[in-house]
Design a protein around this ligand. Structure first.
Ligand code: PLP
Length: 446
């Protein structure tokens, strides 16, 4: 295959347009030692060959998605400025672009007003949400499901907040009975609902959790780092759609533009429904914020310096692909979802494989069928290796056997967890490649 280089001349043209904005400045010559630069750049390109082909549809493993060319070009364009979105002094245009882009994301969730900003990623975004949770309900429990992202437990240690994991049902969603028992017995400050778990793409039952919020009164944070954008997709199971329809009722949301939002890494986003939580961020930096009375993003962010280029890339992407139902971007997500359903249907109809519950989003969990759980684990690891030899790149996950209820009937349970294969079909192109992916898997299964 060839990498897409069509953007390179477009970038040169865009740099020329940018340059016109500074043509009034006196000329200056920058010293670059051309020959050694060329040599090092060449060496760098050679080093980068040592990667899995994340951008190719035959990469059907971990949660990796190539940025859209508009994001990657806009990011590179911004590098001629290298703005810092901490303060308007460091990144004027890019701070305004961040505010606009973030407001569009908030609007996607139905929020006309909000407080929010971009972060280095989902982990930091969740940390800010939990930090605010802890300030609003000091010492009270933070609760998330056993399938919530592993960083919640760690972040609560950093924040010195008590944490409890709630068991999941056989579809990897938070078990409501277990949650309610806990709410009856303990002082719960915040429940974290995961909309799209990282392992299986399962969506916690948000309408019911909101019902419990009314009854018991707790803060509700939605970790939608992975799955947030699926609120635009219209081909999800009814129960999943019902959860997304209520997403705007939570107190805070995290979504990662660098997961499904077509962005390069370094782009998470945290949103609060009540803008008055901004009061907790207050600080008195003696050396920033002189250029304008307007809000500087550093006044509402835990991080100080942040890449303005991330905001520029996101803004440009949303300009090209507005975050609307029925739009081109929503169509891309729907194709990912359709690819997962197609692969799931093929594997679940094939007696050589076992599959977990049907996918809610675009992650398929499956394994070669064997007589015992331990043998399935070994066969999965072997399949992972053998597929890589055929340039099909999968991922392994250790998950509870209960996720495979029906399909594992008759399999000897010599363990509670099983190593299985996890395919994140996050590229719209995956839909056209499912047949090929299944063909390779079928050959290997013999
Ligand atoms: C990926 C992910 C995170 C962590 O986000 P990073 O951007 O990797 O820091 C948190 N929660 C969920 C549900 C995720 O999928």
């Amino acid at each position: 295959m060839k990498l897409d280089k069509r953007g390179i001349p477009l970038l040169e043209e865009a740099v020329r347009v940018l340059e016109e904005g500074f043509s009034h400045l006196p000329d200056v010559s920058f010293e670059v030692e051309h020959e050694s630069l060329v040599a090092v750049l060449r060496e760098t390109a050679e080093r980068l060959r040592d990667n899995y082909p994340y951008f190719h549809p035959l990469y059907a493993g971990q949660m990796l998605k190539p940025p859209h060319p508009i994001a990657h070009l806009a990011y590179m364009l911004a590098m001629w400025i290298n703005p810092n979105n901490h303060a308007l002094d460091g990144g004027r245009a890019s701070s305004h672009m961040e505010k606009e882009a973030v407001a569009e994301i908030a609007k996607m969730f139905g929020w006309e007003s909000h407080l929010g900003h971009l972060t280095g990623g989902g982990t930091l975004a969740n940390m800010e949400a939990l930090w605010i949770s802890g300030l609003l309900a000091p010492g009270k429990l933070i609760v998330a499901s056993e399938q919530a992202h592993y960083t919640h437990n760690r972040l609560t240690q950093v924040l010195k907040l008590p944490f409890r994991a709630v068991a999941t049902d056989e579809r990897a969603r938070m078990d409501l009975n277990v949650l309610e028992d806990l709410l009856k017995k303990e002082e719960v400050g915040t429940v974290v609902a995961t909309l799209g778990t990282t392992a299986t793409g399962s969506v916690d039952p948000l309408p019911e959790i909101l019902g419990l919020k009314e009854k018991y009164g707790f803060r509700l944070h939605a970790d939608a780092a992975y799955g947030g954008y699926f609120t635009l997709a219209e081909n999800l199971p009814e129960e999943t759609m019902a959860a997304y329809r209520r997403l705007g009722a939570v107190d805070s949301i995290v979504v990662d533009p660098h997961k499904h939002g077509l962005q390069p890494y370094g782009c998470g986003c945290v949103l609060f429904r009540d803008p008055s939580v901004g009061r907790f961020y207050k600080h008195d930096s003696p050396y920033t914020y002189f250029s304008s009375k307007e809000l500087h993003l550093g006044e509402i962010s835990l991080e100080c310096s942040r890449a303005g280029a991330s905001a520029v890339a996101l803004w440009a992407t949303q300009r090209l692909f507005p975050l609307v139902r029925g739009g081109v971007f929503a169509g891309m997500l729907e194709r990912c979802r359709a690819a997962a359903v197609k692969l799931y249907d093929k594997l679940s109809a094939d007696s050589r494989f076992v599959t977990a519950f049907p996918p809610e989003l675009d992650i398929v969990i499956w394994a070669p069928k064997r007589g015992k759980v331990s043998e399935i684990s070994r066969a999965s690891a072997a399949m992972f290796e053998a597929a890589a030899e055929r340039e099909l790149h999968l991922a392994l996950a250790a998950l509870p056997v209960k996720f495979f209820e029906g399909p594992m009937a008759g399999v000897e349970r010599d363990g509670e967890t099983v190593t299985c294969l996890r395919s994140c079909l996050m590229k719209p192109e995956h839909l056209d490649w499912v047949d090929k992916i299944y063909e390779i898997i079928g050959d290997l299964a013999g």
